[in-house]
Design a protein around this ligand. Structure first.
Ligand code: CMX
Length: 440
């Protein structure tokens, strides 16, 4: 028997045993935590402090107390625009107060000053096969940028604890300033024959990003401002935020932390779901040979997806129990700017068709759409059809929230994160009253 075959037998046996243990003892508590929570992804277990935003299962995300519709209304806009500037959201998350126009202009100028990307970063990207997934290129570029870390340099020289936040702040600001250029470079390299576009210093952060990607349409710039704002933060427990925070607790510099967080974002149950949604819809359209599948056809296709043991991408959430307000904000954008787009209409038809099917399974806690169910269709409308790139867009935005939080983590002096773990053998001993596995 090969080692792989032996592993398979062991894994199947322990998996069945764990199921039985949880069926009988899952609600037993260790402190305030049930055994089921320990085995099942720590759902509902409070164990983190994140100042920048708070997620309510029914209402959705609030950034420093402001909901998505409120930030859309209250944050400063670009001249002639109606969507919030992500600079404003970053200010709100970092400082805790609503910014005025001047605060936002200062931040735009500050990030422009910091935006120079050293050549070796482009060389590192160029060393990869052009077919490399954009998220892999993105993470490698972030790692290549790590040569610029002020925190790593100052720590090596000897840095007083009380000054950690200062270098973390500068690294975070530099990273945010440079990511649009790096991301646009990856996009133009992979999909536009390396025909790169120089930054436009007159534009805001998201507007300039849209420009460097090669999209000049004013409405696309507005979409980028909205996109970069609503994807930025979703409290602390999601995989990208939690990973960034966890790695930071070892005093890894912001480059190392963000790269780690982005590796988590690249998973299909998290940020990569935005590419999976469009891929899934495109495959459905191809199989059904129609641009606009009917509700009945969509229901059939969902059933087929489920019967193949796959998830329906863009639906469900670990915390939310209603339609994600980030989905609704994008739907509003679609209704305002592109109500007749067949792909956008398909996303809305899926919204009608999918929840009852998922609900009928009886096991899915949230049958409603999340942020990723809508984003791709809006991008396709403007010609950004290369869906493997979508998670990079999510990542550029997510840097705002996780790096604002990292500044706070170091300013507040949070210690190394190190929860206790157990083995199933120790759990069995505990159930039988033989062992005290919860001690030191
Ligand atoms: N399609 C099919 N099955 C689903 C499902 C979906 N959209 N959502 C949940 N389920 C299944 C789970 O896989 C689980 O099945 P098993 O018991 O067989 O393992 C069961 O329903 C219960 O899951 P849950 O408690 O409702 O959901 P979780 O908290 O475990 O998972 C999430 C949440 C997001 C991973 C899950 O809903 C999912 O896989 N959705 C599709 C992927 C997706 O859109 N991810 C993006 C989330 C937003 C983001 O981070 O960007």
């Amino acid at each position: 028997m090969t080692i792989k075959e032996r592993f398979k037998i062991k894994a199947e046996s322990l998996s069945a045993e764990i199921k039985d243990i949880l069926k009988e003892h899952g609600s037993k508590k260790i402190g305030d935590t049930t055994l089921s929570q320990i085995y099942a992804g720590m759902r509902g277990m409070t164990g983190l402090v994140t100042e920048t935003s708070l997620l309510d299962a029914q209402e959705g995300i609030r950034f420093r107390g402001y909901s998505i519709p409120e930030i859309q209304q209250k944050l400063p806009k670009a001249s002639g625009g109606s969507e919030p500037l992500p600079e404003g959201l970053f200010f709100l998350m970092l400082i805790g107060d609503l910014p005025d126009e001047k605060d936002v202009q200062e931040l735009t100028a500050n990030w422009q000053r910091r935006s120079h990307v050293p050549n070796h970063v482009f060389d590192a990207i160029e060393a990869l096969p052009v077919g490399t997934h954009p998220m892999t290129q993105f993470v490698i570029a972030i790692m290549a940028l790590q040569t610029e870390s002020q925190f790593a340099k100052k720590y090596a020289e000897g840095l007083n604890k009380k000054d950690y936040w200062d270098a973390i702040f500068d690294d975070s600001m530099n990273l945010i300033a440079r990511l649009p250029r790096v991301a646009a470079y990856i996009y133009r390299r992979k999909y536009k024959h390396g025909d790169h576009i120089q930054p436009n210093g007159l534009l805001d952060w998201a507007g300039n990003f849209a420009h460097m990607l090669g999209y000049r349409d004013d409405t696309f710039q507005e979409l980028m401002r909205l996109y970069m704002t609503i994807h930025a933060d979703h409290e602390g427990g999601n995989v990208s935020a939690h990973t960034t925070h966890l790695v930071g607790s070892a005093l890894s510099d912001p480059y190392l932390c963000l790269a780690a967080g982005m590796n988590g974002l690249a998973g299909p149950l998290h940020g990569l779901a935005n590419q999976e949604v469009i891929k899934w819809i495109m495959e459905m359209r191809e199989e059904l040979k129609t641009e606009l599948p009917s509700q009945e056809q969509i229901v059939e296709y969902v059933r087929k997806t489920l019967s193949e043991g796959k998830v329906v991408p863009g639906y469900g959430h670990a915390v939310l129990r209603k339609t994600d307000p980030r989905f609704s904000a994008q739907m509003e954008f679609g209704k305002k700017h592109l109500p007749d787009d067949p792909l956008v209409k398909t996303v809305w038809n899926i919204y009608e068709a999918v929840p009852p099917v998922l609900q009928s399974l009886g096991k899915i806690k949230n049958p409603w759409p999340n942020v990723d169910a809508h984003s791709g269709a809006l991008l396709v409308h403007f010609g950004l059809v290369e869906y493997e790139f979508y998670t990079v867009l999510f990542g550029v935005s997510r840097s705002l929230g996780v790096l604002a939080s990292l500044c706070w983590d170091r300013a507040l002096g949070y210690p190394l994160e190190r929860p206790k773990s157990v083995t199933t053998d120790s759990v069995k001993g505990w159930i039988e009253g033989k062992a005290d596995i919860w001690g030191d």
